[in-house]
Design a protein around this ligand. Structure first.
Ligand code: PNW
Length: 482
């Protein structure tokens, strides 16, 4: 449409990795089978006994893992990102009881993947803390660092020889900042618990990274990263105030977790430290609500990742806040209003619109500020209503992967891409209404049968041809292993 044709065919290199993802609570079900303990999500949904709890059975991957691997073979992916459920392995959260049936489940899944040459990419923690540890304060308790190390030790001991890619924590920003998740948190802890959690989870991550580095790295040569949610934030117009608002959004949204690991100096971003300190003083605290790191902790965390797991879904347009937030709170500290482009396609989820240029921009921003870290896109995905003809998802995948090719061309070191999700699952507070799957799951049927959507064939073709043909659609929805 710009009037000239670009004859270069951009393609993904042969060693570029394609995969899909899921997480334990969202797909496994079997919430209390074979000795599993309750997670905070089991606890949360069961505290409201009137409703059916979608996570009790979820997509029933606990019993369907062979079919899951068959779907991965149909797609032709190089890897599958899934998470280990901490309370399935350690029902009390602590290593006093090791649940062999739970450990066996992951052996079965991993072996089935390896048998078909699909690399397992294992997330240690994807939101499902054992409830027993939440009762002790969860990630706000500094002992959570040891709890996580003890859990990771058991997982590494059992599986390290089979796993090349590890992710310590999924989206610490979603774990720590309650406002993002809409789970009810007591008002009294807001603006405090968020930052205690951020500090502890960064140290816990780094300790587990160092553990792998020391004990397993030489022997098995795997890589360990962390997945951080980083949507792009642009100023709604280029005024000074809006540009400031966008910088605040980036510092609080993802700088808080990236800066300590990938910046030259380590530690939380200066913008974050200054802002929380100033607000805390105005609010009468004797010191900043943002805890500080010791020099040793800064050193421990700096460089504690072999790759940056980037979870990227969308873009927001920022301006200074016009609302009065509860004070103190994380939202009050950031103080931005978020809007989106009017013309951007809308998904089934309120927060999710399509703006592929944002993936390009966030990559270039990361390169500039954190010196070109190796990146694996560990999540990127789109929600729709039920139905197999999901053209909006096909568009989303094609357009975001086109943007990713441009980011790679402009120097971004991207090792792989993960579509979220392999199949429909429990979208946390959204239940099963928001469908992110390449495969549809029939939640009305006890066996939870899965069927490929149009987008599964679109993704399969990209993986096979290593190019993006925008607008390409399959003639029918038949999919097989080839
Ligand atoms: C991720 N946002 O969460 C999670 O890692 C998945 O478990 C989840 O199913 C998936 O995205 C879809 O929601 C996010 O507001 C939650 O931009 C919120 C946002 C992004 C990701």
């Amino acid at each position: 449409s710009s009037g000239y044709t670009d004859h270069r065919q951009r393609r993904f290199k042969d060693n570029f990795l394609f995969g899909t993802a899921s997480s334990a609570y969202q797909v496994e079900g079997a919430w209390n089978e074979d000795g599993k303990g309750p997670s905070i999500w089991d606890h949360h949904f069961h505290s409201n006994p009137e409703s059916v709890v979608p996570g009790d059975v979820a997509s029933d991957s606990y019993h369907n893992y062979k079919r899951d691997v068959e779907m991965l073979r149909e797609l032709g992916v190089n890897f599958y990102r899934f998470s280990v459920s901490w309370p399935r392995i350690l029902p009390s959260g602590l290593p006093n009881i090791k649940n062999e049936a739970g450990l066996q489940y992951y052996d079965n899944l991993i072996d089935e993947l390896l048998k078909h040459n699909i690399q397992p990419m294992v997330t240690l923690y994807h939101f499902d803390l054992p409830q027993s540890l939440q009762d002790l304060g969860g990630w706000a308790n500094p002992h959570s660092i040891e709890w996580f190390e003890d859990y990771a030790k058991i997982v590494f001991q059992r599986y390290a020889k089979k796993i090349k890619y590890w992710i310590t924590v999924n989206q610490p920003n979603s774990v720590c900042v309650n406002e993002y998740f809409e789970t009810p948190a007591p008002e009294s802890v807001k603006g405090i618990v968020d930052y205690l959690c951020a500090k502890n989870i960064l140290i816990a991550h780094a300790k587990v990274y160092r553990l792998y580095e020391k004990v397993y790295k030489k022997k098995y040569g795997g890589s360990v990263g962390i997945s951080i949610s980083a949507n792009w934030g642009d100023p709604v117009t280029n005024s000074t105030e809006n540009t400031e608002a966008a910088e605040n959004y980036r510092a609080f949204g993802f700088g808080i977790f990236m800066n300590p690991i990938w910046s030259k100096t380590g530690d939380f971003p200066k913008r974050l430290k200054d802002r929380v300190a100033k607000r805390s003083q105005e609010q009468g605290y004797s010191k900043s609500r943002l805890p500080s790191f010791s020099q040793d902790e800064i050193k421990l965390i700096k460089g504690s990742a072999d790759f940056l797991g980037l979870n990227h879904y969308t873009t927001f347009l920022l301006s200074p806040s016009t609302k009065n937030h509860r004070s103190p709170s994380f939202a009050d500290d950031v103080s931005v209003d978020m809007t989106t482009g009017e013309k951007w396609a809308q998904s089934r989820s309120l927060w999710l619109k399509s703006a592929p240029y944002g993936l390009y921009k966030v990559c270039l921003y990361i390169n500039k500020h954190y010196d070109y870290p190796p990146i694996i896109i560990t999540e990127n995905g789109w929600s729709s209503d039920p139905g197999l003809e999901d053209s909006s998802r096909s568009d989303y995948i094609q357009q975001y992967l086109k943007a990713l090719l441009l980011a790679i061309e402009d120097g971004t070191d991207v090792l792989g891409y993960t579509y979220w999700s392999l199949m429909d699952n429990v979208e946390w507070m959204g239940g099963t209404d928001e469908r992110f799957g390449l495969y549809e799951v029939d939640f009305d049927s006890p066996a939870r049968p899965r069927t490929a959507r149009q987008s599964a064939l679109v993704y399969k073709r990209i993986i096979k041809k290593r190019i993006v043909e925008e607008g390409w659609r399959p003639k029918n929805l038949k999919i097989g292993i080839s």
